[in-house]
Design a protein around this ligand. Sequence first.
Ligand code: GMT
Length: 375
Amino acid sequence: MNIGIVCYPTYGGSGVVATELGAALAARGHRVHFITYAQPMRLDKFQDNIFYHEVDLPAYPLFEFQLYALALAGKIFDVAKYENLDILHVHYAIPHAISGYLVKQMLNGKSDIKLITTLHGTDVTLIGLEPSFLPLVKFSIEQSDAVTAVSRFLAEKTKTGFTDKKDVEVINNFIDTELYKREECPQRRKQFAPNGEKIFMHTSNFREVKRIPDVIKIFAAALEHIPAKLALIGDGPERAEAERLSRELGIAEHTRFLGKQSALPQILSAADIFLLPSQSESFGLAALEAMSCGVPVVATNMGGIPEVVSHGETGYIAELGDIKRMARYAVDLLKHPRRWEEFSQNARNRAVQLFNKELIVPQYEALYRKVVAAK
Ligand code: GMT
């Protein structure tokens, strides 16, 4: 099939999932066209069957704000027409699903392109609820040929918050468990923890919903009971404040901000505990990446996290903001090496058995076939 994929190419879970999906589809023989405003972060190697079309954003004095949704539609229109797209798969509803709808209208009669919208998170739980966006998101969901959500939680939220007129199929996020697997490297561990301390990690785009101050506070509380180091990977608006907080709490020498990194499997392989105390998380791809590397996760019970992290098996989940409990869970696990081993193995098994790329990508292919076959 000829498949167009639209996503945010920046540091974020929806772009990662979309890019990995495109690469996996290309490896299975489909022609995949990425249509994005910058090169998707994970699209960093040559691969046959993959094409990249950059959206031009013309500047003009009259346009105080860039017309991304329209520029995107223009580019999709071109690609759809000349590359004969069978499927346009947009990731994140705003504004991608609207741009996709517009193109379908423009192509009316000239192409039978099918629009698939994958909802990822805040397009449904936060920004999509803004009064100016809600009717547009509802409309674009109803007008899509198929809609998927990355967790049962998100599918439910879509039905209650937007529309129950449309089937929302749950297709979970996935991971390449062959790439994301633990490879012990004593040298790397030593770089993070020179005296054999335990290693806590967190990766995210450092937005408010990630509760970065809670990451720091949980670590500070754990540090009172166990020698440890914290590595934070990623960047975003909350980073400076988190750095300040770690200095204020007197733990800066135990805390390392690594910024954006692409060698995640290697870095995560050095971790003993992964912290994800988010306030909102439709799925928690970062937790899955850690689990696939055998890292038990301590997280909040928000959104789709409990569908990924199994409490008392692959990690622990607690109420939002319950810093003491999350610190206690982490310390307890780290002080019981046999239990830690068991959780680490369980985490890896859960990633392989439920969220493996080989299992999930065929679900998207089956959906594509179904919508293409439908009149
Ligand atoms: O919805 C967002 O805030 C953006 C999106 C992203 O691009 O990072 O994150 C969401 O999608 C990820 C991939 O499906 C999920 O793993 C994240 O849980 C989800 N973030 C939120 O729901 C806050």
